[in-house]
Design a protein around this ligand. Structure first.
Ligand SMILES: [Zn+2]
Length: 302
């Protein structure tokens, strides 16, 4: 076979199959675009090697205040399915709008979760931070699995098997958290953090949770706080009689550290709430993130 003939054969084969010679016909063929790092991790675990999973938010970015970029629309244009947290975690519904504009199917992970109330700028809405209880994370996994199966029904058994395994791991995580939390005396189970992200965690594991004076991720704490508001926050922290409070990895801790000092408490570390940790860190997966949070909470409060 001369070179020209060989090229012609390759060209015909490529056109016939849509793939190049030697490529595994079972190779990854589907794409999911997720809003948050947690949702992307769940999707990777269920999709396995059949899916390329991209995430709009980078680790450490705040979903409440995120503003979409032109690159996000290009990413979504390539997606077979979009996956979001829902309940307005994605501020101003940016993921819903990205999917709608590109006419892509959208999976909303909180569907089926029993909501807790959340005060958003004086309006009572569903608290979107449901993944911080592993029991709710299992509902996220169920919704994502259904979404992937819809796109690729031929491999439904695989997705179900991965989901079953993952949910069994979530159950183990839940038992472990219960055991760890029992090391903190009941009266000391008060979880004070930056913004009200830990309600589901707190409800599941018997904590009182508070984000004093309704701290939000957006404006107030970052961009300057009035002396009066600051005094209210300090008083509010004192009233809980805790020895430690927590910051969050997505929010600048500087002001909170000063406030903690004034309130006579210490900052027992940064918790992962709205985002997992960067690639290569111990919190780059959901399990790593939850384990780190629990270890910091238990050692800070017991
Ligand atoms: Zn949040």
């Amino acid at each position: 076979m001369n070179r020209l003939t060989l090229f012609a054969v390759i060209a015909v084969l490529t056109a016939w199959n849509g793939t190049t010679i030697g490529q595994d016909e079972d190779a990854k063929t589907f794409r999911a675009v997720c809003s948050t790092t947690q949702v992307a991790d769940f999707t990777r675990q269920i999709g396995g090697d059949r899916w390329q999973v991209d995430c709009v938010l980078a680790p450490g970015q705040d979903p409440h205040t995120y503003e979409v970029k032109p690159g996000d629309s290009r990413l979504v244009a390539e997606a077979d399915v979009c996956i979001q947290n829902g309940w307005h975690l994605e501020g101003h519904d940016w993921m819903l709008n990205l999917a709608k504009d590109a006419n892509k199917p959208l999976v909303t992970c909180v569907n089926g979760v029993k909501p807790l109330d959340f005060d958003e700028d004086g309006m009572i809405v569903e608290d979107p931070h449901a993944w911080l209880s592993p029991i709710n994370a299992a509902i996220y996994v169920k919704n994502i699995t259904a979404g992937l199966k819809k796109v690729d029904p031929d491999h439904a058994d695989e997705y179900d098997a991965r989901a079953d395994y993952y949910v069994s791991q979530l159950r183990s995580l839940h038992s472990w958290i219960q055991k760890e939390v029992n090391k903190i005396p009941r009266a000391k189970r008060v979880l004070i953090s930056h913004h009200d992200a830990f309600q589901y965690f707190a409800t599941t594991y018997g904590f009182e949770s508070a984000a004093p004076a309704g701290w939000s991720t957006g404006d107030e704490i970052g961009a300057g706080i009035t002396p009066q508001r600051r005094a209210e926050v300090v008083e509010s922290i004192r009233s809980y009689k805790v020895k430690a409070i927590f910051v969050e990895t997505t929010i600048n801790p500087q002001v909170v550290r000063q406030i903690a000092k004034d309130a006579g408490v210490y900052v027992a570390g940064a918790l992962y709430a709205d985002s997992m940790g960067p690639a290569g860190s111990v919190a780059e997966t959901y399990f790593g993130m939850m384990r780190e949070n629990v270890i910091k909470i238990v050692s800070g409060l017991k």
